[in-house]
Design a protein around this ligand. Structure first.
Ligand code: 13P
Ligand code: 13P
Ligand code: MG
Ligand code: MG
Ligand code: MG
Length: 381
C-alpha cells in the first residue's frame, strides 16, 4: 500500500497581530484531526504552527488531492477560526477566503503540499514550514539540495544520486509548468526560478526512476484573492537518505539566510531565518521571515518524531547573519530593494496611495522613450 503525506496550512488568526497561533485554536483543529483518525480517514497527524500559520501534517492511504482529507483539513481550519473569532484574535479566519468547500482546499486560501510513495524500510522525511514569505522562497534551497554539488556531496559521490534530478517549475501567473533535467538544463532552470515570485519549484523527482523527492505548496494568496490578504507562507516536504540527499545535505541549504519576499505587510525583502519550534513566531517588523524544519520517520503511515532540526547551535551563525542582514535591510526603510517592486505592490494598498497623486503630475516630455528591445512572453505579458 502506498502512503501519502499531506501538509496543509492556513492562517486562521493570531495572538497579538500576525505574531503567533493561539494554543486554543490548535486544540480545536486537533479535535477534528483526532476524530478523522478514529474514523480511519487519516492514519496519523501532527499539528503545529509557524508564526501565525496553523500547520496540519497528516498521513493517510488516500493519495494526493483526496477530497476526504482536504475536507478534514478544511473543517479543522473552520473550527480553529471559530475559536479565533471567539477570542477576538487578530485577522480571525484570514486565509479562509470562501465558505464554499468543494472537495479541495486549493484556490480557497489554505496551502497544501502532498506526496504519495511506497515506503522504504526507513523513510526519513523533512517538513519545512515558513512564515512571512512566499512559495518561491524554497527555490534557492531546493536548487542547492538537488542541483548543487557544493551543497550536496552525494550528487558527486553517490551513484544513486549521480544521474541528477528533475525539477517541475510552476508558472503561478501563466498557470502552466515545465519539467527540467539537472544537471544538463541547470542554466535554463536558473533562468526561470531566479524569478521566485512567478516561477516556483513545485516538485522534484529522481531522474533515474521518477521517484518523488520533494513537493512545495505553490498557492499564491494574492493572486487567488486579487488583493493583499496576507502572505502565502509556504510548506514543503522533502524525502532524505538512501537514494535521496542525506538529512544533513537537505538542511545544509538553509545555512545561508537568503533574501525572500514577505516580512512586514508581505511587502519587503528580508533574510529567511531557520529557527526552532520554540522561536517559530514573528516579532521584529513582523518577522524576519522564518522557517522551521521537522524531521520524521514514516512507518506504516505513522509519523515517528518529530525532530526539531534547526533547534541547534550549528545554526546560530546563520541566525546571527540573518539578524545582521535584517538590520541592514531595515535601514532602507520604505526604499526598494527592501520594499518589494511595483508588480508585487500592485496587490497591496500602495496603489490607493499612488492614485491620489495621479493628477499632481505635470506633462514634461524631455526625450523619446522607447520600449525594451527584447520581449519574451515569459517575462512580459
Ligand atoms: P554515521 O557513521 O554517524 O552513521 O554517519 C553516516 C553518514 O554517512 C553521515 O553523513
Ligand atoms: P501573514 O501572511 O503571516 O498573516 O502576514 C501578514 C502581514 O501583513 C504581516 O505584516
Ligand atoms: Mg496573519
Ligand atoms: Mg503567516
Ligand atoms: Mg499568510
Amino acid at each position: 500500500a502506498k502512503t501519502t503525506i499531506s501538509v496543509i496550512k492556513a492562517d486562521i488568526g493570531s495572538l497579538a497581530g500576525h505574531h503567533v497561533v493561539h494554543p486554543d485554536t490548535m486544540a480545536a483543529a486537533a479535535k477534528v484531526l483526532a476524530e478523522a483518525k478514529s474514523k480511519g480517514i487519516i492514519v496519523d497527524y501532527y499539528i503545529t504552527h509557524v508564526g501565525d500559520d496553523l500547520e496540519l501534517i497528516m498521513t493517510h492511504r488516500k493519495g494526493v488531492d483526496a477530497p476526504e482529507v482536504h475536507e478534514v483539513a478544511w473543517n479543522a481550519f473552520k473550527e480553529a477560526a471559530k475559536v479565533a473569532k471567539e477570542l477576538g484574535l487578530y485577522a480571525a479566519g484570514q486565509d479562509l477566503l470562501t465558505d464554499a468547500f468543494s472537495g479541495n482546499v486549493r484556490g480557497l486560501g489554505p496551502s497544501a503540499a502532498e506526496m504519495e510513495f511506497v515506503e522504504r524500510p526507513a523513510e526519513p522525511v523533512i517538513v519545512f514550514m515558513a512564515d512571512k514569505t512566499e512559495p518561491g522562497a524554497f527555490n534557492l534551497p531546493l536548487f542547492r539540495v538537488f542541483g548543487d554539488p557544493f551543497n550536496t556531496a552525494g550528487l558527486v559521490i553517490d551513484p544513486k544520486l549521480h544521474d541528477g534530478f528533475k525539477f517541475e517549475v510552476y508558472d503561478v501567473i501563466g498557470g502552466k509548468y515545465v519539467i527540467m533535467n539537472l544537471p544538463e538544463e541547470m542554466y535554463d532552470l536558473l533562468a526561470l526560478i531566479g524569478t521566485p515570485g512567478r516561477f516556483v519549484v513545485r516538485r522534484v523527482y529522481r531522474k533515474s526512476d521518477n521517484e518523488i523527492a520533494a513537493v512545495v505548496s505553490v498557492e499564491r494568496l494574492n493572486l487567488i484573492a486579487g488583493q493583499y490578504v496576507g502572505k502565502d507562507d509556504p510548506v514543503a516536504i522533502v524525502r532524505a537518505q538512501s537514494g535521496f540527499p542525506a538529512v544533513g545535505e537537505v538542511i545544509e541549504a538553509f545555512a545561508f539566510p537568503h533574501l525572500v519576499a514577505g516580512w512586514m505587510r508581505g511587502s519587503h525583502f528580508g533574510p529567511l531565518m531557520p529557527v526552532s519550534q520554540r522561536n517559530a513566531r514573528c516579532t521584529r517588523f513582523d518577522g524576519p521571515p522564518r522557517v522551521v524544519a521537522l524531521g520524521f520517520q514514516i512507518k506504516n503511515a505513522r509519523l515517528i518524531g518529530p525532530a526539531d532540526l534547526f533547534d541547534d547551535p550549528a545554526y546560530d551563525e546563520t541566525r546571527r547573519l540573518a539578524q545582521t542582514i535584517a538590520e541592514y535591510m531595515r535601514r532602507h526603510g520604505p526604499f526598494m530593494p527592501h520594499r518589494l517592486g511595483p508588480e508585487e505592490m500592485e496587490y497591496t494598498t500602495l496603489p490607493a496611495v499612488l492614485q491620489k497623486l495621479q493628477n499632481r503630475f505635470v506633462e514634461a516630455k524631455l526625450y523619446e522613450v522607447k520600449g525594451p528591445k527584447v520581449k519574451t512572453e515569459l517575462l512580459h505579458e
